[in-house]
Design a protein. Structure first.
Length: 199
């Protein structure tokens, strides 16, 4: 089995690429969704997060109190690192268990916006970076999130630059709204199939 990381900045369209791969019968693990689920469901995360932030980080109904967590981490990079150190290892373990359940597949994907920042690149064999021009990404994200330009710009500035993502990845998918996606993915899958046959 080859584990394929799918990453890209906000508005790049990595979710579109993930959906296309799923249509092509390649299972994709949605890291953001699973991290949210585990933050509530995983007893280790609940215990450690409560010890770090306080019991109020979980509401009386057991759900995550996002306002409490946001106020704890806002403006404190070292606190964000501590929270991530609790959640990320459990997400990695969950991905490994999920991958084992897909063992009949030759290829599985992991969609992760912070693949490099979180160290998740060590969990996958190959990486696709989904790339789009800055202004295209900005417009997409503003429309999708119904957010102001300033808000999206700040989020984009806190992510790894597109150039760095592309330089570090094994494959780059251009999602500029002009270049067709499917031929790019078919070419990548052909290369991955050749890679798996060699190994």
């Amino acid at each position: 089995m080859i584990k394929l990381g799918i990453t890209g900045g906000i508005g790049s369209g990595k979710s579109v690429v993930s959906r296309l791969l799923q249509i092509m019968d390649i299972p994709v693990y949605q890291t953001d969704d699973e991290a949210k689920r585990l933050t509530v469901a995983d007893p280790h995360i609940r215990r450690d997060l409560s010890a770090l932030v306080g019991d109020a980080v979980y509401a009386s109904d057991g759900s995550l109190n996002r306002e409490v967590l946001a106020s704890y981490i806002f403006g404190f990079p070292e606190r964000i690192a501590r929270v991530n150190a609790i959640i990320h290892p459990r997400v990695k373990t969950d991905f490994e268990h999920w991958s084992e359940r897909q063992r009949q597949c030759r290829l599985v994907g992991m969609e992760c916006a912070i693949l490099y920042e979180s160290g998740f690149e060590n969990t996958v064999d190959k990486v696709i970076a989904v790339s789009a021009p800055w202004n295209v990404r900005l417009c997409r994200a503003m429309k999708r999130d119904a957010a102001r330009e300033e808000q999206i710009r700040k989020r984009m500035e806190h992510q790894l630059p597109d150039e760095e993502l592309c330089a570090r990845a094994d494959f780059v998918v251009r999602n500029d709204g002009v270049t067709p996606l499917l031929p790019q993915l078919e070419q990548i899958l052909a290369q991955l199939n050749a890679f798996s046959e060699i190994h």
